[in-house]
Design a protein around this ligand. Structure first.
Ligand SMILES: [Zn+2]
Length: 304
């Protein structure tokens, strides 16, 4: 994978709140995971069992209310010559590409206008429209404020604790979260929540469908990513290789609910799955990638 150094990195699509804290007292945990909760992440919460330490699952309820970060230093950094050496600037470029894709694809495929959503970079803890969260929950999307949240140190957890290495794991994670934003815009997410309320026995199974669809949307983006451009028409990616796609598929496998349970030495219980098995996650990312068409991501139509 090679990003294009001539493309302009649009930092207005992120909100840099690192260092601004977002800590608070102990309280009621934010509803996490796809089960019945308010936020949708990329990973099952049992991750915590693996990580521990300063990365614990102590999500707190701070009453929400999003504060604005300060993008000044990020903006400077991402317009410098070595911007693509910087993790945060590269991730901003990935966000740019993912949103450029949906700006075209959403009207074209679903007849809906795309509404941009910023990605909040935070460290340790953050106040969100869904309550207060800490890094332990992993990257997530909050439907209440339409924002994607990520502590970029998550990628180290992904590599060190879960064995998912490779740069392309990063855009995959972000594209998955933007998949949730698209589900929000299309009403899929709200529909799924209503279905969960009507049929609580299948709440987890419904969550799996939502998550696999987000994986599939990530695959559709990956297929079309080299066609995405910045505001001046410069291509954001120079190239994406087969190896990159293999890394994304490998990541999807490593964060399957069964894989994570096994790593945490927990029994694998498919009824408790909220994100899908390794095989399913791999299958749906690949389906999106192979077709390059988000309309093929019909996880709710059965055929799993
Ligand atoms: Zn998710």
């Amino acid at each position: 994978m090679e990003l294009n150094e001539n493309a302009r990195i649009d930092t207005s699509q992120v909100d840099d709140r690192r260092g601004s804290g977002g800590s608070g007292g102990m309280g009621i945990p934010i509803p996490i995971g796809g089960g019945r909760g308010g936020i949708v992440g990329i990973i099952i919460a049992v991750l915590v069992a693996l990580v521990g330490g300063g990365f614990g699952l102590n999500a707190m309820n701070g009453g929400g209310g999003s504060e604005q970060g300060d993008n000044t230093s990020l903006q400077q950094k991402c317009s410098a010559d070595d911007a693509l050496q910087q993790l945060d600037c590269r991730n901003t470029a990935y966000v740019n590409s993912i949103q450029a894709y949906w700006r075209t694809a959403l009207p074209e495929k679903f007849g809906e206008q795309y509404r941009p959503s910023r990605t909040v970079f935070f460290s340790r803890g953050v106040n969100t429209g869904c309550g207060q969260a800490d890094s332990g929950v992993g990257p997530f999307y909050c439907p209440a404020d339409d924002l994607v949240y990520i502590d970029l140190t998550f990628y180290r957890v992904l590599a060190d604790q879960l064995g998912a290495e490779g740069e392309f794991a990063q855009p995959y994670v972000l594209a998955h979260e933007y998949g949730h934003h698209v589900q929000d815009l299309l009403g899929t997410e709200a529909q799924m929540r209503r279905q969960q309320q009507r049929d609580p026995d299948h709440a987890n199974a419904l969550s799996v469908k939502l998550e696999l669809q987000a994986d599939c949307y990530a695959g559709a983006w990956a297929k079309n990513a080299t066609g995405t451009t910045d505001a001046t028409g410069q291509k954001i990616f120079k190239s994406i290789t087969e190896q990159d796609i293999s890394q994304a598929i490998d990541t999807a496998e490593k964060i399957g609910d069964d894989a994570i349970s096994e790593r945490a030495n927990r029994p694998v219980n498919p009824e408790e799955f909220t994100h899908g098995s390794s095989a399913q996650r791999k299958e749906w990312f690949s389906r999106g990638y192979d077709s390059g068409d988000p309309k093929s991501c019909d996880t709710f139509a059965g055929g799993r």
